[in-house]
Ligand binder design. Structure first.
Ligand code: FAD
Length: 342
C-alpha cells in the first residue's frame, strides 16, 4: 500500500455530508439556496450522506425549518447579533468554525454577490479548491464532486474535481438548478452552535443601509416567467419599445443579448447569458439574437424558446422550440396584435 495514498484517503474520509449555505438578508432567504438544496439532495443520495443546511444570521431559525421543507435533514445554526448583516470577516469565521468542527464533504453556495465573496474567502482560509459558476454537479466513483462549468469564453464545458482536498466547494448561479418541491414538512434536527465573533475583531462596520434608488425601476429578469429578448438585430435602442409592447401583453419583461447591452441599448441588469443572468422562463422569445454559446448558456433551460431571426442558419434555432425565419420588425408587431386579440 502506498503510504501517501493511504494518508490522503484517511484525510478525505474524515469529511462527510453535503452542506448548502442558506443565504439571507434580514431574515429573507434567497431563492438560489433552495435550488441548491434540490441538487444537494441528489448528491447526498449518491454519497449516502445527510443533506444539511448552514444557516448564519440573527433571528434566522425559521430558515432552518424552511430548509427542511426543501429536503435538508439537519441544519447547523449560528445565530447571534454580530451576524445581523453580512460581513465577510464574521461570516468567514462562522463558516470556518463549522467546517473545522463538523467536516462537511461538499459545500454549495449561490453565485450571488454574497456567495461569491464568502465562498472564495472560506476556500482560501481552509485551503481547499472552489469552482465558481457551476452549471452541472455530479459525483464520481471516488466520492469526488464533478463540477462542470463553461470555460474558455464558453466555448468548452470543463469538469473540475478537487480530489486532494476537502471540503469540495462550488458556487452555482441562480436559476441554473430547478427549484425542488416544498414538502410542507418542517421536521429536522437543528444543531445550534454557540459561536460569535467579538465586534472589535471586525473591521467592517455597517453604519446605514441605503436602498438602491434604481430598485424602484429594477426589473428582475431572473425571476420572470415571460421574457422578450432583443439582440443586435433590433438595430437601435428605440426599437426595444416594440419588444416592450409584446412583453407587456404577456405580463413579461424585456431582456437583451450582450451586444445590445454593450451598444448601450439596454442596461446590464437585463443581459442574459454567461456574463449576464441565467433565466428559466416559461417562454423566452429571442428577437434578432444569433444564439452564441455565451447567450445560450443563460437561457437554454427555458420551457419554451421562440426564435425570430432572418437568418435560417442562426444557431439560436438549434435550441428553439419554435423558429420563425423572417424580419422581426414585421413579426413582433404581428405577434403582439395576435396576443392582444386573444
Ligand atoms: P449578433 O451575433 O450580431 O446577431 C444578431 C442577429 O440578428 C443575427 O443572427 C441576424 O441574423 C439577426 N437579425 C438582424 N436583423 C434582423 C431582423 N431585422 N430580423 C430578424 N433577425 C435579424 N453574449 C450574450 O448575449 N450574453 C452574455 O452573457 C455573453 N457573455 C460573453 C462572455 C464572453 C467571455 C464572450 C467572449 C462573449 C460573450 N457574449 C455574450 C457575446 C456573444 O459571444 C455574442 O457576441 C453575442 O451574444 C451576440 O449578440 P447578438 O446575438 O445580439 O448579435
Amino acid at each position: 500500500i502506498d503510504p501517501e495514498a493511504a494518508a490522503l484517503a484517511e484525510k478525505l474520509a474524515a469529511y462527510r455530508g453535503v452542506w448548502v449555505f442558506i443565504e439571507q438578508t434580514e431574515g429573507e432567504p434567497v431563492r438560489v439556496s433552495w435550488e441548491l438544496l434540490g441538487v444537494g439532495k441528489e448528491l447526498a443520495a449518491k454519497l449516502g450522506v445527510e443533506l444539511c443546511a448552514m444557516v448564519i444570521g440573527e433571528n434566522v431559525e425559521h430558515l432552518c425549518r424552511e430548509a427542511f421543507a426543501y429536503g435538508a435533514r439537519k441544519a447547523y445554526l449560528v445565530d447571534a447579533p454580530v451576524f445581523k448583516h453580512y460581513r465577510t470577516e464574521s461570516y468567514v469565521e462562522a463558516c470556518c468554525h463549522l467546517i473545522a468542527k463538523y467536516k462537511p464533504e461538499v459545500i454549495l453556495m449561490g453565485a450571488t454577490g454574497m456567495g461569491r465573496d464568502l465562498a472564495g474567502a472560506v476556500a482560501t482560509r481552509v485551503s481547499t479548491g472552489l469552482t465558481a459558476d457551476c452549471t452541472g454537479l455530479d459525483i464520481d466513483g471516488k466520492r469526488n464532486l464533478m463540477q462542470t462549468r463553461p470555460a474558455f469564453g464558453g466555448n468548452i464545458m470543463a469538469t473540475i474535481m478537487c480530489d486532494k482536498f476537502r471540503p469540495q466547494m462550488a458556487t452555482v448561479r441562480p436559476n441554473v438548478m430547478p427549484m425542488p418541491e416544498h414538502t410542507g414538512s418542517t421536521a429536522g434536527e437543528i444543531v445550534r452552535e454557540e459561536f460569535s465573533v467579538p465586534e472589535a475583531n471586525i473591521f467592517t462596520k455597517v453604519i446605514e443601509i441605503i436602498r438602491d434608488a434604481k430598485s424602484k425601476s429594477h426589473v428582475d429578469i431572473a425571476g420572470a416567467d415571460f421574457i422578450v429578448s432583443g439582440g443586435r438585430g433590433v438595430m437601435a435602442p428605440e426599437n426595444f419599445a416594440m419588444l416592450q409592447e409584446l412583453a407587456d401583453e404577456l405580463c413579461g419583461v424585456v431582456g437583451a443579448s450582450r451586444s445590445a447591452v454593450d451598444a448601450g441599448w439596454m442596461p446590464q441588469e437585463r443581459q442574459v447569458g454567461q456574463t449576464g443572468k441565467t433565466v428559466r422562463p416559461k417562454i423566452y422569445i429571442a428577437c434578432g439574437i444569433s444564439g452564441a454559446i455565451q447567450h445560450l448558456v443563460g437561457m437554454q433551460d427555458s420551457d419554451v424558446v421562440i426564435a425570430i431571426n432572418r437568418d435560417r442558419n442562426a444557431p439560436i434555432f438549434e435550441v428553439a422550440t419554435y423558429g420563425i425565419v423572417g424580419d422581426l420588425f414585421q413579426i413582433v408587431p404581428m405577434l403582439t396584435e395576435q396576443i392582444r386579440d386573444l
